[in-house]
Design a protein around this ligand. Structure first.
Ligand code: ZN
Length: 94
């Protein structure tokens, strides 16, 4: 379950993203490259370094310009790495 989803930009701003089917809407923001109302698509989804969110590179849905990093914070019991191991039954080696 996603608790929060937002865009992390290099200028330090963190506008919220409304997730959609094909792209996420960033209300009130415009693409810095092509100037359209900003819709971002994620590429290269990965687990964040703090293990409590997914992150992906954000690209403008219109011009594919790089717009920052999408961060989706999720509810997790043990951290995403551990949750996935439990959910998918990955063999664990200690
Ligand atoms: Zn654009």
């Amino acid at each position: 379950m996603i608790k929060a989803c937002y865009l992390m930009r290099s200028d330090g701003s963190r506008p919220p993203i409304i997730p959609g089917d094909a792209a996420g809407e960033v209300p009130g923001e415009k693409c810095p490259y092509c100037g359209v109302a900003l819709l971002v698509q994620g590429d290269g989804r990965r687990i964040a370094a703090d293990d409590h969110a997914y992150e992906a590179d954000a690209y403008c849905a219109s011009c594919r310009g790089f717009c920052g990093v999408i961060r989706a914070e999720v509810s997790t019991l043990f951290g995403l790495t551990e949750d996935r191991a439990v959910l998918y039954g990955r063999l664990r080696v200690y």
